[in-house]
Design a protein around this ligand. Structure first.
Ligand code: ARG
Length: 603
């Protein structure tokens, strides 16, 4: 079958093999050395500001440090750039170095460097030559975190999908990742729920337990209605809260049942969505309940606890209310009840002291920004989060309907996550049936699932997360444009070349790359950016940097495919082009996998 593939075997790892996987890092260190050689060791820390160029006519990389350095040294930027260039010692890495405009240093890689760098990636297809970080951290990612007895709705998709992608990327970069699903499983609402369940007619309860009666979500709503309408029910509900907090056994049994039922349901949603979150990752609010008293004590010890109208509060520095008065963060109400913030303080203590977190990442919508700022500030002031522990809130905007109002059903209700998943799959199935009517039913269903879920997640991840975005089925499922379907289809098309050409992709290992055509070179240069893109996602916590990257790569691939015949070429050229197809396909599929998105074998 693979008979007509002739691989030119050669020893690519001879002693003069100079390519390193992270070429940008290498260029950075060369430029830093040149700066030191030109201006002395006191400038060793100056960031060389290396970036891939936008336009190939300016070379492959650009160094933009001359302008800043010129200001510091009181000299002309062009003179600075010239002095740096004279000191560049890069043993054959660059074929051309020139200075443009006010003092941009343009760097062009030698053909040999480009070819060999691509060969390095080909030799490490699993990791695409992305090295693990030198300093491994323990990163806690707090995400998804739905509330017990409430349906997961459209509002939960963002935290779940963004958090999952970030956790995957941290892990791939070599960090120890601890996922924490901070489920809302504690609080006064459970008094009302448990009391309602307790008073429910036996038949209704049996129906519920058999999965035929009211769902937990409906029970929650009905219990809330009773709570609001009936004073004596409200009173019994409040007594239930007291019983729950006092650890009353019978009450705890009902509570645990509610929690288990909800968590089973969350788990099913995660499975359908392909979210890498298990029941073991749940560390709900209730877990911290026994620690809340200590938080108050510790705040007192740290001399941060103040009193305001009978409540215990802290005044984190830098927060003022509308009248310019210090803004309190309540940690214990006058009735003794603890708050969301108290639990977050306890959770942070646990994560830093018990889990040894170096970094904690909280993925919630931007309405909680102030809450987290106040919590972080308190943790710093109390000395519980030393300055070497990084705390990040990852805020995101709201999903809007086409009417630019928060996305709702036609009748104005919030959209359940499961309904959204169903619709994504059925719409994808419809589109795929049109494009490929001959696919067998099972395969078609599987592909529809992969494409539908992929598009749903990708739409979320590809938007600058801080902005609101408009939910638009047609756009997110389109086969053209910046969508999962486009990338999945690009992958399938890349791989179809191997089938058509009867080439076994694994036969390309060790192939020689000749990226001489401009379109070929652009692909390799794009491939070389992957380590920096992933690092920048980990720093900025912005997954759309990776989606943009993959989209750009796929677009470069399509123009390569138009300009450079693959199966019609011959000899070394053919092998090299096939290898570029494989590298592109693998990068798209690994990149999507890091976002939690699968690639179908066909579509
Ligand atoms: N359950 C909360 C909500 O639905 C989100 C929890 C986020 N995590 C945290 N540590 N506060 O808004």
């Amino acid at each position: 079958l693979y008979a007509n593939t002739a691989i030119i075997a050669c020893d690519r790892f001879s002693k003069d093999f100079v390519a390193v996987p992270n070429i940008q890092k290498r260029i950075e260190s060369i430029l830093s050395d040149a700066v030191v050689a030109a201006f002395g060791p006191e400038h060793a820390d100056a960031d060389p500001l290396i970036n891939p160029t936008k336009d190939p006519k300016f070379g492959d990389y650009q160094a933009n440090l001359a302008m800043g350095l010129a200001k510091k040294l009181g000299q002309k930027p062009r003179d600075i750039a010239t002095a740096i260039v004279e000191k560049i010692d890069a043993d054959d890495l660059f074929s051309k170095i020139d200075i443009a405009g006010p003092g941009f240093i343009n760097l062009m890689l030698t053909q040999e460097t480009v070819n060999q760098s691509a060969e390095t990636i080909l030799a490490d297809l699993d990791r695409l030559a992305v090295a693990e970080v030198d300093e491994k951290q323990t990163v806690v990612v707090d995400f998804s975190s739905p509330n017990v007895a409430k349906e997961m709705h459209v509002g939960h998709i963002r935290s779940t999908v963004i958090g999952d992608a970030l956790a995957r990327i941290f892990k791939f970069l070599g960090h120890d990742v601890i996922k924490q699903n901070h489920v809302g499983d504690w609080g006064t609402q459970f008094g009302m729920l448990i009391q309602y369940m307790d008073e429910m007619p036996e038949a209704d309860r049996e129906a519920h337990e058999a999965g035929e009666g009211d769902t937990l979500n409906t029970i929650y709503q009905k219990s809330k209605q009773r709570f609001d309408a009936e004073d004596d029910f409200a009173q019994r509900a409040r007594e239930r809260v007291v019983a729950l907090q006092a650890g009353d056994e019978e009450t705890l049994v009902v509570w645990q049942k509610l929690v288990n039922e909800s968590e089973t349901y969350f788990d099913a949603v995660y499975k359908r969505l392909g979210i890498d979150l298990s029941l073991d990752d749940i560390k709900g609010e209730s877990f911290y309940n026994p620690r809340l008293g200590n938080v108050i004590k510790d705040l007192k010890t740290a001399d941060l606890l103040k009193e305001s109208q009978g409540a215990d509060v802290v005044y984190p520095e830098g927060f003022k209310d509308r009248d310019g008065n210090p803004m309190p963060m309540i940690v214990r109400k006058s009735d003794g009840g603890f708050l969301y913030a108290t639990t977050d303080l306890a959770a942070a203590q646990y994560r830093i002291n018990d889990l040894n977190a170096d970094r904690i990442v909280y993925v919630t919508d931007s309405r909680q920004s102030q809450h987290f700022s106040m919590v972080f500030q308190t943790l710093r002031e109390a000395g519980w989060a030393p300055s070497n522990v990084r705390l990040d809130h990852v805020p995101f905007g709201t999903i809007m309907g086409k009417d630019r109002k928060p996305f709702k059903t036609r009748s104005g209700e919030t959209i359940k996550l499961v309904d959204l998943i169903d619709e994504a799959e059925s719409r994808a199935a419809g589109i795929l049936a049109d494009k490929n009517p001959d696919m067998d039913t099972d395969t078609a269903a599987e592909v529809a699932h992969t494409v539908g879920i992929g598009c749903l997640k990708y739409a979320d991840l590809s938007n600058d997360r801080i902005k609101d975005y408009i939910f638009d089925w047609d756009r997110m499922l389109s086969f053209d444009g910046n969508t999962a379907a486009y990338l999945q289809n690009s992958y399938v098309r890349c791989m179809s070349i191997f089938r058509r050409g009867e080439v076994d992709p694994s036969s390309l290992s060790g192939a020689k790359i000749l990226a001489t055509e401009p379109a070929e070179r652009l692909i390799v240069l794009k491939l070389l950016q992957l380590p920096n893109v992933l690092q920048s996602v980990a720093d900025s916590l912005e997954p759309h940097r990776l989606t943009n990257y993959l989209y750009e790569l796929a677009s470069l691939y399509h123009s390569f495919y138009e300009k450079c015949p693959v199966l019609k070429s011959e000899g070394e050229t053919k092998i090299s082009r096939l290898a570029l197809c494989l590298l592109t396909a693998q990068t798209i599929s690994n990149g999507l996998a890091l976002l939690g998105i699968d690639t179908p074998p066909q579509m």
